[in-house]
Ligand binder design. Structure first.
Ligand code: NAD
Ligand code: TYD
Length: 340
């Protein structure tokens, strides 16, 4: 298969490309990535060394550029697309929604237009549980839960999901939408909870826990999410939506304590800070449909996953350091400076 992956220099995309190329000898991947602050070509240095240029090609560019996408489809005889590219950080979307609308909404539509014009066989759109909004103490999101996004990030992802749905209904484009819970694992950008807490704890800096720390997320190891996306690509029904989850609901404070325990650092580093505006209280996923139709089951339990992840970050301090640009530090200082 000849696959175009977007956002492959980000956290999940880089894990997906590495895993797919190592297990499918007949696969070629073109990675279209704009290299925003969150994209790092270095995260795929091993893949470039092992597979470029025969089975892996990197193309720097914006998914909002339909002409570039068409050019790549033609040049590499692309058969399918997996769209990971997005602006992904809720806190950034609160300070400035514009890049989220540009990439997640307009960018997705531009890519859909190019896919339709070329006649792409399958378009997998990677989305999130956050499009469903927030849960109370009981219940789980199913694929039929109405979309009720609460942050500019999740609203832009919901907008993209609806455009993907429309491309399927209106033009018959073969689309599949996946919605997954919170990922963790190697190569996650240190603005998200787990790598952020790791990197601050290692430096003996205060760990900012929003609100009362009782907000619940369902954590899935990135390898399990990648397997789900692969199953959706190969076996998903045209037009279908599939939920993926890790069956590991945890209050944030428990996650932070687990990281401190793994590092042998004191809980006195924890600081409860001003809550995130519009902070969703709880996410939980019902992924019965993906289990039944695709054979999806998460393999990692959280204890093993977090131990492996902390070990990976310990061994890859140089990667963690290298991705923290000046602009990244500026945003972090401003955001956390205002919450202490
Ligand atoms: P990330 O922020 O780590 O990486 C995003 C990548 O997209 C970066 O490499 C960036 O350079 C690239 N990109 C951004 N704008 C682009 C554009 N206009 N054109 C081309 N490339 C662009 O994100 P991630 O955590 O790997 O998430 C990947 C996808 O999975 C996103 O669509 C996200 O909404 C979804 N998702 C993430 C999670 C999670 O927990 N991280 C959970 C569910 C769904
Ligand atoms: P995050 O990793 O940003 O993912 P999302 O908001 O997409 O779920 O945050 C995970 C949870 O951790 C969320 O409830 C917000 C919380 N959080 C903190 O308490 N402190 C922080 O510094 C960050 C980044 C997140």
């Amino acid at each position: 298969m000849r696959l175009l992956v977007t956002g492959g220099c980000g956290f999940i995309g880089s894990n997906f490309i590495r895993d797919m190329l190592s297990r499918h000898d007949d696969l070629t991947i073109v990675n279209l990535d704009a290299l925003t602050y969150a994209g790092n070509r270095q995260s795929l240095a091993d893949v470039e060394a092992a597979y470029a240029p025969e089975r892996y090609v990197f193309a720097r560019g914006d998914i909002a550029n339909s002409e570039l996408a068409l050019h790549l489809f033609e040049r590499h005889a692309i058969e399918a697309v997996v769209n990971f590219a997005a602006e992904t950080h809720v806190d950034r979307s609160i300070t400035d929604a514009a890049p989220f609308i540009r990439t997640n909404v307009a960018g997705t539509q531009a890519l859909l237009d190019a896919a339709r014009a070329f006649g792409i066989g399958r378009f997998v759109h990677v989305s999130t549980d956050e499009v469903y909004g927030s849960l109370g103490p009981e219940g789980k999101f199913t694929e039929d839960t109405p979309l009720a996004p609460n942050s500019p990030y999740s609203a832009s992802k919901a907008g993209a999901d609806l455009l993907v749905r429309a491309a399927n209904e209106t033009y018959g484009l073969d689309t599949v939408i996946t919605r997954c819970s919170n990922n963790y694992g190697p190569y996650q950008f240190p603005e998200k909870l787990i790598p952020l807490m790791f990197s601050r704890a290692m430096a003996d800096e205060a760990l900012p826990v929003y609100g009362d720390g009782a907000n619940v997320r369902d954590w899935i190891h990135v390898a399990d999410h990648c397997r789900g996306v692969e199953l959706a690509l190969l076996k998903g029904r045209p037009g279908a939506v599939y939920n993926f989850g890790g069956d590991a609901e945890k209050p944030n404070i428990e996650v932070v304590r687990a990281i401190l325990a793994a590092l042998g650092k004191p809980e006195s580093l924890i600081r409860f800070v001003t809550d995130r505006p519009g902070h969703d209280r709880r996410y939980a996923m019902d992924f019965t449909k993906a289990s039944r139709e695709l054979g999806f089951t998460p393999q990692y339990d959280f204890t093993r996953g977090i131990a492996e992840t902390v070990a990976w970050y310990r061994q890859n301090g140089a990667w963690l350091e290298s991705v923290q640009s000046g602009a990244y530090r500026q945003f972090m200082d401003k955001w956390y400076g205002g919450r202490a």
